[in-house]
Design a protein around this ligand. Sequence first.
Ligand SMILES: [Zn+2]
Length: 284
Amino acid sequence: MSQTFGAVEAGGTKFRVGRFSDGELLEEHRIPTEDPSITLPAVRAHLAAWSPVAVGIAAFGPITLDGADRGVMGSTPKPGWPGANLIEDLDVGVPVAIDTDVGAAAIAELDRGAGRDVASLCYVTVGTGLGGAFADRTGSHHGHGHSEVGHVPVQRTPVDAFEGICPYHGDCMEGMASGRALTERKARGQQDAAAHVAGYLGQLVAVLTYTFAPERIAFGGGAVQEPGLVAMIREQSMLALAGYSSNPAVTDADGYVSVAQLGQDAGLVGAALLAERMASYQPG
Ligand SMILES: [Zn+2]
């Protein structure tokens, strides 16, 4: 009989909880993100009904991924969530694997999406915010905590008067090139708003290329629907790299900078893959 795996995508506005078997999503429920004392028992009820052998969680952050505080939410502005422990409070009684939403999405895109034919990939989501993660076939990269590639500094374009919207840094990558930054640029009537954003995302391709040396970089999130954006990112990344890379695939612009394929399911699929891998490490 096939094993059942539970997958949870913990988002800032909703939780998705899915029942997976043989890699297929068989059942899904969506639960609004309210106080953890309301949301987490509702998630737990679905998981308990399915008797999964393991559960994977893809969570919004900041969140602790390793050590004694594994699963503890950090300083999110969501009321009630700082200090909540997604693993202990869900209390499902089976092994639980956890990663960030972008880390899980990177694992999913590598296994099932834009990176199926390569061994490593960086996933970048350009949505309301901007985040990214590196994954290879062993999982996503964790160091002390998780990557925050959305907050890398950028080299400002002299003709760009937009000051940036990151509350911490102003003109970091997220401040200049997130979906919300793009919306704000347009609201202010900035000419070529998407071209400016593409320029900074091209810089991000160079940062990720030089830092992680991935075989592919896949862009997802709502902003990639912007007409022509990904093509512009490809062009701008070649300018930012300026011909300097040890990876010959990088100059194959069409294949290297690509579009994520799993859409809004990347996090949930990634959570299921985390659960499968967690189960395969357990005896029996
Ligand atoms: Zn920032």
